[in-house]
Design a protein around this ligand. Sequence first.
Ligand SMILES: [Zn+2]
Length: 397
Amino acid sequence: MNENGEKSVVQSIVEQLIENVSKNENSQSFSANKAVVGYVYSEQLLKCVSCLPKVKGRALLVDGLIRAFGLHSKMKLLLPVAATDCEMRSFHSEEYLNYIRRVTQQIASNSEFFADDGENDFGLSYDCAPIPHLYEIVSQIAGSSLRAAKAIVSQDCKIAINWFGGWHHAHRDEASGFCYVNDIVLAILYLLSNGYKRILYIDLDLHHGDGVEAAFAHSSKVMTVSLHKHEVGFFPGTGGIKDNGFNNINVPLKDGIDDETYVCLFKKVIQIVKSRFDADAVICQCGGDTLVGDPFDCFNLTLHGIGNCVQLLISSFDTPFIFFGGGGYNILNVSRLWTYLTSIILGVHINNQIPDHSNFLLYRPSYELHIEKSSRKNLNDSSYLNSLLNTLSDSNY
Ligand SMILES: [Zn+2]
């Protein structure tokens, strides 16, 4: 102000510049998500999940990158404890849990385990080999997802994240597809027995969410939706278009799908879901094996495609959410994805540059968060997608 109390021309220009800069900043940033976001984490959980043979070390990388971007401090920490046998029996059979306990004891005493001839091995072979400390790992994973569900029920947070859960293939008495425990089913059952009446489950993993679908096949309280690769001989083999019903929607896809096609399809699927099912909680499994560069080498998605789907979900449903991890075997790209999704869920912008932290050198050569899609062909042409959508929106279910 000058001595007469009037603004000088220079002051007015400076104020105008500041206003313009803040307007630009607002337009570039995400709209801030006001919901309290809970993050399931404990050192013991990370140690256990990092022991799983197919994703060794992944949990530590994911948590390290989330921490490096400063996202930890924006979330409410949800400290999990191991699930009890009684809690796990809400889905898994007593025989299966007893077998896991016996296998674990035998490995501890002999350092090797052999199933007796002709004995039911409950799926503990090949993809789900018996491993040391298995009972502890299973109960930690189950406890972590129950912690997420309990935080929703107690209204400690509106959105809970458990990137260390999401093991969607396990069945009541059978380990399957790298999954020894179906923590997602346990979390959904917990919500159902604590006041929630209509739960929507969305599975974005490369593989069909068969374990969750089968668990609720005869329930009108849970709608399961799975977008996945479907091809003869591709695991788990279920989830074809003919496997659809009123409360289970399968979206079988071919190789090479890119962000644009996936997001467009996802939007239409969500419209169909909303017209059929009035959810009071939404559970989303965000497996990262759909990313370009995954060893499965099937889909051609980047962080942006999956991020857009998560953003769309949050803006489409005014309900509590739980976000889970899942598959994903290029573990650096999966840690990029789940860090980016954490930022989307929080509604904060993070830079493309990986911050300096103890794992920084592993992110060579780009040292960047985002990844580029490849030039591979998208086999999901418009005639296939149209026939898929026509079948999905068929009201005769
Ligand atoms: Zn998968």
